[in-house]
Design a binder for this molecule. Structure first.
Ligand SMILES: Nc1ncnc2c1ncn2[C@@H]1O[C@H](COP(=O)(O)OP(=O)(O)OP(=O)(O)O)[C@@H](O)[C@H]1O
Ligand SMILES: [Mg+2]
Length: 361
């Protein structure tokens, strides 16, 4: 059974007198000031909780502190301040031996460039973590083969790594992590080196696997589209700090600041938004009283547009029997805007004949 992961006021400072630097950060000194003194504040006051079965994505530009944060979560790096708890156990209080034990049994990491052992078969590569744990050979083989099958590599067990494509090699990396039965999966840019199509494929596979495995997953990426596809929740990092934590829709519709908003500009909104996020809960018209097509809060945006084009009035959003909101057609157009989102833009665009544009679409 998976467990909850908690990060509490985590700091990581590289350089001289790190404790003192944390004090200064707490007192409001900014990162640049420390930098001038040759000190890098890689992670500043990061707190969050990841529930069992959740995919928590950490997103941010290069150098924002993602990998440093991840390495503190499995104890590879000791936090300068703060706590990491997994399944109630405080990793920051464990000694080296205890940490190694937790790392080999409960936590698995999948990196961007997954290094396979060239002279080991795919099976033995997938079984590597189990070998480290001292699991007997027969059980190792069984569990490795199971994990390989989960990752779509049944039939490749006896192959050599160089017979596999890059995408398949990355799957072996995932299989190795899954074979150990670790409850916590830490994935650092695990799919970033893959071609776009294969990358999408891996994302789908991970989502599919997660439906049954329900691990606790922290996934790092600098790609917002990937973050939005995978993340139940997303933490956006900037210069060592988490500036927002929220669902894909939160981040898109309610960015905490201009920085987050600028990130979301290129996101394909229609793939992220659902009826529940764009509906109007205040007004209720006669749309509920006819036999027209309706939507549910989970109806994807593109489908909602299609329904809207077929019905003569606003689309009713029903949760079971209950009317929970309506989506007037002009509202849909506002949400596709790139410069601003929300009902404000709807009104302006309706004046410009947005309603007609939508009807033709
Ligand atoms: N061992 C270290 N010693 C000194 N500084 C470090 C060390 N590790 C990381 N840093 C610094 O900490 C900051 C955060 O680095 P980190 O690798 O966590 O960023 P990242 O978000 O993972 O970036 P990328 O997307 O490029 O992988 C950077 O300024 C980096 O130079
Ligand atoms: Mg990194």
């Amino acid at each position: 059974m998976s467990a909850r992961l908690e990060a509490e006021h985590l700091y990581k400072v590289f350089g001289r007198k790190p404790d003192q630097a944390v004090e200064r950060l707490r007192e409001g000194t900014d990162r640049e000031e420390l930098r001038a003194d040759g000190i890098t504040a890689a992670v500043i006051d990061a707190s969050f909780t990841v529930e069992p079965g959740e995919i928590f994505v950490v997103m941010g530009l290069s150098g924002s502190g993602k990998s440093t944060l991840l390495r503190m979560l499995n104890g590879l790096l000791e936090p300068t301040a703060g706590h990491v708890r997994f399944g109630g156990q405080d990793l920051t209080e464990l000694g080296d031996r205890g940490l190694r034990e937790v790392r080999s049994r409960k936590i698995s990491m999948v990196f961007q460039h997954f290094a396979l052992f060239p002279h080991r078969s795919v099976r033995d590569n997938a079984a590597y973590g189990l070998e480290v744990q001292g699991v007997p050979r027969a059980e190792r083989v069984r569990r490795a083969d199971e994990a390989l099958a989960l990752c779509g590599l049944a039939g490749w067990e006896k192959s050599w790594p160089d017979e596999l494509s890059g995408g398949m090699q990355q799957r072996v990396g995932l299989a190795r992590a899954l074979a150990t039965d670790a409850d916590l999966l830490l994935m650092d840019e695990s799919f970033s080196a893959l071609d776009p199509l294969i990358r999408r494929d891996m994302q789908d596979q991970l989502l599919e696997l997660q439906k049954t495995l329900k691990k606790t997953i922290v996934f790092i990426t600098h790609d917002l589209n990937e973050a939005m596809r995978l993340g139940d929740r997303i933490a956006v990092m900037r210069d060592g700090r988490i500036v927002q934590i929220g669902s894909a829709q939160d981040i898109l519709l309610r960015p905490a600041n201009d920085y987050v908003a600028s990130f979301t500009q290129d996101v394909d909104r229609s793939r992220v938004l659902t009826a529940g996020a764009v509906m109007d809960t205040a007004t209720r018209g006669d749309e509920a009283d006819c036999d027209c097509e309706t939507a549910t809060p989970g109806t994807p945006f593109t489908e909602l547009c299609a329904i809207s084009a077929r019905v003569p009035h606003a689309v009713a959003v029903l949760d079971g029997e209950r009317l929970v909101g309506v989506v007037p057609r002009q509202r849909l157009i506002g949400f596709l805007g790139d410069e601003q989102t929300g009902p404000g833009t709807c009104d302006t665009r309706r004046d410009k004949g947005g309603e007609k544009v939508m009807a033709r679409a």
